[in-house]
Design a protein around this ligand. Structure first.
Ligand code: UDP
Length: 359
């Protein structure tokens, strides 16, 4: 009887031990499975090279939700930065954004980081009036150099849809044409780009596109422009002014304009002919520049360089997270400076009197 009791208790204890072991193992397994499942949940379309920025804060996250924008208080005074030091290049801004030059990145490494993200990159280009003549060269060279091997959607805005050349595009790359009115003033064509890009993003791109670059059509690609240029907000330093004192930059200098920048303010002079970034960032930029341009127009003011002036004012307060060196928009009429190892994209030489609708 006593022996039976001992056996019975031993069996019960063994069963309890087995039960505890089973539930422990099963729980651990469930935790691992739930991590794996979480990894499979698609991420919102908001990528950066290493940081995934959700559109909306996670519903029950207890973390403080910081946005990653680099907004600087208006009129903060500090020393002018430069992207060159003597004959050397500077590869970081004072707000710690990389300045992209040849030799600062490994294209194979970067492409291998971005390829699995399955991103879509949009490019906008306007070809209104006689500027349609530049489109073929732009499109053909983009096929050779612009995000080769990635999904690229090029949006052409033109008043002559029938004249858009049928350029052969690689798999995964598409050309979309949007009709826009002609204009008698080149200033208006150039300035209304912000509004049209804003509308394009709102109407078409939000669900399908990760990054967007807005480019001038009277330009062509000569070298790689790829994943190294991706970032939250991306600006290109103008080739004409990067060795100048900021008081000489062609910013809008009338305080009455919303694009005004004082002589002792500003970082770099950025190009209106190439800028980009994450879709939601470029949306905010175009919306702000358009609103400021229109508010100025209500008061009969047109900034010195239209949307380029407003873009420069925007970037002065909202620092770009990546700065592209003038390799990313050179000018064909300029001799290559020693620090320029490669020209990737450049504005072609043109006869303004011949191609613009007004002088
Ligand atoms: N543009 C256009 N038709 C015009 C004037 C301008 O399509 O009659 C577009 C075109 O995309 C061009 C951009 O606006 O690349 C900027 O204009 P432009 O090149 O004349 O300005 P710049 O850079 O020479 O000051």
């Amino acid at each position: 009887m006593h022996l039976l009791n001992v056996k019975f208790v031993t069996v019960i204890l063994l069963l309890i031990l087995l039960g505890v072991l089973y539930s422990y193992i099963f729980r651990a397994y469930r935790i691992v499975v739930s991590f794996e499942q979480k990894d499979k949940i698609p991420v919102d379309r908001a990528h950066d090279s290493s940081l995934v920025v959700p559109d909306q804060p996670a519903p029950h996250a207890d973390f403080r939700a910081h946005d990653s924008s680099l907004v600087v208080p208006d009129h903060l005074q500090y020393e002018q930065p430069s992207i060159v030091k003597g004959n050397d290049v500077v590869t970081v801004t004072p707000w710690l954004a990389p300045v992209v030059w040849e030799g600062t990145f490994n294209p194979v490494l970067l492409d291998s980081i971005y390829r699995p993200k399955n991103i879509t990159i949009a490019a906008t280009v306007f070809a209104v009036g006689k500027y349609i003549m530049f489109l073929r060269n732009f499109l053909e060279t983009a096929e050779q150099h612009f995000f080769v091997g990635f999904r690229v959607h090029v949006y052409v805005f033109t008043d002559q849809p029938k004249e858009v050349p049928m350029v052969k595009m690689a798999a995964g790359r598409q050309l979309m044409v949007r009709s826009v009115p002609s204009s008698k003033r080149w200033q208006e064509i150039s300035a209304r780009r912000m509004e049209m890009i804003q509308t394009l993003i709102e109407e078409k791109l939000f669900k399908s596109t990760d990054y967007i670059f807005c480019l001038d059509v009277d330009s062509k690609f000569h070298g790689r422009w790829g994943t190294e240029s991706l970032g939250r907000l991306v600006a290109v330093v103008h080739p004409g002014y990067y060795r100048d004192k900021r008081s000489r930059f062609p910013y809008e200098r009338r305080p009455a304009s919303r694009a005004y920048i004082a002589p002792e303010e500003g970082d770099f002079y950025y190009c209106g002919g190439a800028f980009g970034g994450l879709l939601q960032e470029v949306h905010l930029l175009t919306k702000t520049c358009r609103a400021n341009f229109e508010a100025d127009a209500q008061e009969d003011i047109e900034a010195a360089w239209q949307e380029e002036s407003h873009l420069n004012r925007y970037m002065w307060t909202n620092k770009p997270s990546k700065v592209l060196s003038p390799e990313y928009l050179w000018q064909d009429f300029k001799a290559k400076n020693p620090e320029i190892q490669i020209i990737r994209f450049s504005g072609v030489v043109k006869n303004y009197a011949e191609i613009r609708p007004n002088v």
